[in-house]
Write a protein that binds this ligand. Sequence first.
Ligand SMILES: Cc1cc2nc3c(=O)[nH]c(=O)nc-3n(C[C@H](O)[C@H](O)[C@H](O)COP(=O)(O)OP(=O)(O)OC[C@H]3O[C@@H](n4cnc5c(N)ncnc54)[C@H](O)[C@@H]3O)c2cc1C
Length: 404
Amino acid sequence: MKRRIAIVGAGAAGFFTAIHAASENTEVQLFEKSNKVLAKVRISGGGRCNLLHHCPYPNELIKAYPRGGKSLKKAFGQFAYQESRSWFEAKGLALKVEEDERVFPQSNSSQSVIDVLEKAAAEAQVKVILQKELKRLEVLEEGYRLHFRGDESENFDAVVLALGGQAKLKGFDFLKDLNLKIVPPVPSLFTFNVPDSPLKELQGLSVPSARVQIPGSNWKQEGPLLITHWGFSGPAVLKLSAWQARDFHEMDYKFPILINWLNRSEEEVRGALNEHLDSQPARTVANSRCFDLATRLWRALLHLAQIPGDKHNRDLSKKERNRLIEYLVRSPFQVNGKTTFKEEFVTAGGIDLQEIDLSSYQLKSYPKLFAVGEMVNVDGITGGYNFQHAWTSAYLAGKAITER
Ligand SMILES: Cc1cc2nc3c(=O)[nH]c(=O)nc-3n(C[C@H](O)[C@H](O)[C@H](O)COP(=O)(O)OP(=O)(O)OC[C@H]3O[C@@H](n4cnc5c(N)ncnc54)[C@H](O)[C@@H]3O)c2cc1C
């Protein structure tokens, strides 16, 4: 008789597990509470699906996971970028690596990724059952009983939980009887709201390399920074939101930030600025833009530093120069609230990694029960890392099921 396998959640992780768990000896059923599969894959990466990050070395890859990190070494050692990429390409999906190392389908459409996953699941004879919501999981002497909405229940030999990130701890209530340690979920990958930002009019302007830091801490990240009509966005902000997701949650998303617009040290900026201004003493400071900063930003910083733009460089006092340097390397702003990033958004938290054997994603205390994808306490920074963990965890769980 075939072993009955239930996979709950038809997202990236659930689909990929189902495909890899299917074999001659297994009957795989994939349950989804909504009426559509792979909904997040469809909207991901602005509709283009950034399905991987070009990072062939597991030791490097682990550095992109604020939750997970080193504990993912073993998992990524078995199945990571190269293996995922080869799998998709072997299924006929043409991929491209963009300048910032993010990997997308060549078609620029998430539909191509969905097509590949759906075709592979159909070939593996995975049975997809929509509008079936898991409400409770019961541990039997042999296997598990799944209780669905509407008083339906069924027994299975093995179960894979792939329900994705839960907004609240309550989302894990269906596991209550199992006494698992759950790390309370909080949002990650968000942008900063600065309601009183004096730079709102510069919305849309980006700087290629800035440093954003939280004063009085060693929390800082660097990279491109984007000025938005609500505050700040861009990779530097998103990375900081991911690494400090829990800290910012505790601070109720109210904290000061300092922006170094040049990502250079104060000494370097002082030297280069003085040399630049002294080399053209008769010019007005408004027309003496330095460091390739956009003119609009340069003038806004002069305004913040209370330096009249029509002053000649030779007339700038030492105090004025010091104030300008201060704004170039430490412009202060007050964050008050967050906005979730349209292109990517994840939950930090989930089933504690101590509960999971990360070589198979099987729960240590519950044989033949697996948890994969965003349900577990792993999340990456933006750029394809979250799907990478979905593919990795799903492949390992699927393989453990077929090898059993
Ligand atoms: C707008 C957006 C864009 C993103 N873009 C990217 C990107 O470009 N690159 C990247 O790496 N990451 C991206 N992410 C993150 C990525 O989408 C997720 O990390 C990934 O989808 C997680 O996969 P998953 O299968 O674990 O969970 P999900 O994709 O969330 O799938 C879980 C599934 O389980 C179902 N489910 C939940 N509860 C139940 C239940 N009780 N019973 C039955 N079914 C249930 C859900 O309906 C859902 O279909 C993005 C996220 C968002 C929100």
